[in-house]
Ligand binder design. Sequence first.
Ligand SMILES: Nc1ncnc2c1ncn2[C@@H]1O[C@H](COP(=O)(O)OP(=O)(O)OP(=O)(O)O)[C@@H](O)[C@H]1O
Ligand SMILES: [Mg+2]
Length: 375
Amino acid sequence: MFKFFKTKKNHFLGVDFGTSAIKVVELAYKNSQITLSNYGWVDFGSDENSGKMNYENKKEKLIKYLEMLLKEMKVKSDSVYTAIPAHNGLSVIVNFPDISDEEIAKAIKLEAGKHIPSPLDEVYLSWDVVLRDKKKGGIFDKAKDRMSHKEGEKKKESIEVMLVAAPKEEVLNYEDIIKGCGLKVKSLELDIFSIVRSVIGEDLGTYLIVDIGSRATNIILVDKGIVRINRSLSVGGNEITNTIKSSMSVTWDRAERFKKKPRDFFSSKEAVSILPILSSISSEAKRIINEYSKKNPEKKNPVDSVIISGGTSLLTNLDSYFAKELGVKVVSSNPWKRVKVKDPLLEERLSEMAPSFSVAIGLALKGVDDYCRDI
Ligand SMILES: Nc1ncnc2c1ncn2[C@@H]1O[C@H](COP(=O)(O)OP(=O)(O)OP(=O)(O)O)[C@@H](O)[C@H]1O
Ligand SMILES: [Mg+2]
């Protein structure tokens, strides 16, 4: 999305500033293979009070934690791929007649004004033709090329452009944190694109990703690698923990431990209290599936499956809950699928915490994809 400078090294560092933890993944690319070079995370502990921190405190804390983590990890990269939460930015598909890139560049500003309430000089804008981008040709663009070929055959008259916007203040804030750790920002994107890159990759099917983190939930409908609809809800694992804490009259930490127990959460009596939270997520997921189905009546099944991701997707039997609510197959995400991990024991450990790492992995994969496109 927003590129800052070029590098030619073959190690790529993704940093995800999540609400509960900073997660870091470093990938190496050699002989057409992507391998895990390094990974790590630093938890913020009980997150109850983090929302009350002021801006400068939060920035200082993030610099301190990230610096500590990177030192321990001994990362090889000197630049970082990072992301901001989708709910702080905007991504929308806009239709244009088949006009040139120069004309799109002019028209997109007008279009952005319709979607963005703040003055345009306060946001960074970027755009990409999602159906006819043949110039690039990296790993991730192959899907788009196949699409554009098909569309060309049908002589479709309009083109679709993905418009992405992010507040400058937010982007500069992240840049400050990375610089504060002595590194440079190589690229910054909305986290939904990182999730799609790691969880879907080159798969050309239609999927609904439900990514439930600590504070937010991203619901992303992806068709042939392109984000068609996305919504962010301000609910997540923290709200679930808070509800359990109140209903059991226990501390935050005990409620967290209770939530993470490996037994059927839905048969516990506390499940009743969190059902309204889960139901708000499944209702929105249902609305998005219906919306996409109406736009694409020719599709027999609007989505091939629902993919659950984010740390909260580890809630025991959440997949069965969503499958029942949505009437669609539900699977857990595997964001490591493009990455080779040499040690089988490590591979097992990584798969256990995979859902929390989808953004960090997707960011490091952006480095690999950009590198492949440039060589
Ligand atoms: N086994 C588990 N069962 C239930 N919930 C879990 C489990 N493991 C982690 N979680 C929850 O997952 C959440 C953290 O997920 P994740 O790492 O995706 O969030 P984040 O990236 O920090 O947050 P956000 O994306 O909202 O900023 C926490 O609420 C945590 O309690
Ligand atoms: Mg997250």
